[in-house]
Design a protein around this ligand. Structure first.
Ligand SMILES: O=c1ccn([C@@H]2O[C@H](COP(=O)(O)O)[C@@H](O)[C@H]2O)c(=O)[nH]1
Length: 276
């Protein structure tokens, strides 16, 4: 999916919600364990219940890789089940020397047909650029993450005063464009968001951390939106585990609906003079 299509979808659905399919076999309702592939049965019900409310699904590969070959099969079934027109993210946080990075990119873009993959920048340019060589695909570079440990390296000051994460953002924008590169910016990073948007005015941000991690949707949206919206706000546990009984999908829909309604309002208030 290209940028124009993504912006169009956001406008049509009045939503910039990304639902995280962080599906843990041990957290899904008991009755689903009768299915041959319980995690897929859960994902299918969640997708059916929420696909009109979100513009993206993020599959965190850790929740599938931990199940070995069966997990990869579940991941494949899930990605194939996501309808056309919804932006897909493999949250795999890959990064390695160039020829290895190319194999990672092939895995997620060619074999599994994701639109995008999250990439860790620590190994530098040659570990990132292979992900940018696939037409119509996106790399989503970790910029300033949502977790407490983001302070350990990302928020360290460099010589000259800028934060390490700012160096990553600056370098990233020279490697890729706003048409093939996004950045992860945690929803918990409200103190930094305005500074980040000023530094990177055009790129989309994947924003995890709303819901279970306590990030505030309204605050982060007002600080981070650009003329094309420019945000995909991810909620995983706060939606997929909204309920735990037979009606889990209805409960997930209700939670997703609340986010979508809030997003429509924020889009109207924040971008009324611009594109979306
Ligand atoms: O900085 C980051 C980068 C990635 N994540 C991932 O997003 C989701 C968040 O899940 P919630 O249940 O909504 O907290 C999860 O897959 C993380 O691995 C992040 O949280 N922060």
């Amino acid at each position: 999916m290209n940028r124009q299509e993504l912006v169009h979808t956001i406008r049509e659905k009045q939503s910039y919600l990304c639902i995280g399919l962080d599906t843990d076999l041990h957290r899904i309702p008991r009755h689903l364990h009768a299915h041959a592939d319980p995690v897929f049965a859960f994902n299918k019900a969640i997708i059916d219940a929420t696909k009109d409310l979100c513009v993206s699904y993020k599959i965190n590969t850790a929740f599938y890789e931990c199940m070995g070959i069966r997990g990869w099969e579940t991941l494949q079934r899930t990605i194939e089940y996501i309808p056309e027109g919804i932006f897909t993210i493999a949250d795999a946080k890959r990064g390695d020397i160039g020829n290895t990075a190319t194999q990672y990119a092939k895995t997620f873009f060619d074999t599994f047909q994701f639109d995008s993959v999250t990439v860790a920048p620590y190994m530098g340019k040659d570990s990132v650029t292979p992900f940018l060589e696939f037409s119509g695909k996106w790399a989503i570079l970790l910029g300033l993450t949502s977790n407490e440990g983001s302070g350990d390296f990302q928020l360290q000051r460099m010589e000259g005063g800028e934060y390490l994460y700012e160096k990553v953002l600056r370098a990233g924008t020279s490697w890729g464009s706003a048409d093939n590169l996004m950045f992860v910016v945690g929803a918990t990073q409200t103190e930094q968001m305005a500074r980040i948007r000023a530094l990177v005015p055009d790129h989309f941000f994947l924003v995890p951390g709303v819901g279970a991690q306590g990030g505030d949707l309204a605050q982060i949206s007002q600080l981070g939106m650009n003329k094309d919206c420019g945000l995909l706000v991810n909620v995983s546990r706060g939606i997929i585990y909204a309920g735990n009984g037979e009606d889990f999908a209805t409960d997930a829909r209700q939670a997703a609906q609340q986010y979508q309604t809030a997003m429509a309002d924020l889009l109207a208030r924040t971008t009324q003079t611009v594109g979306v």
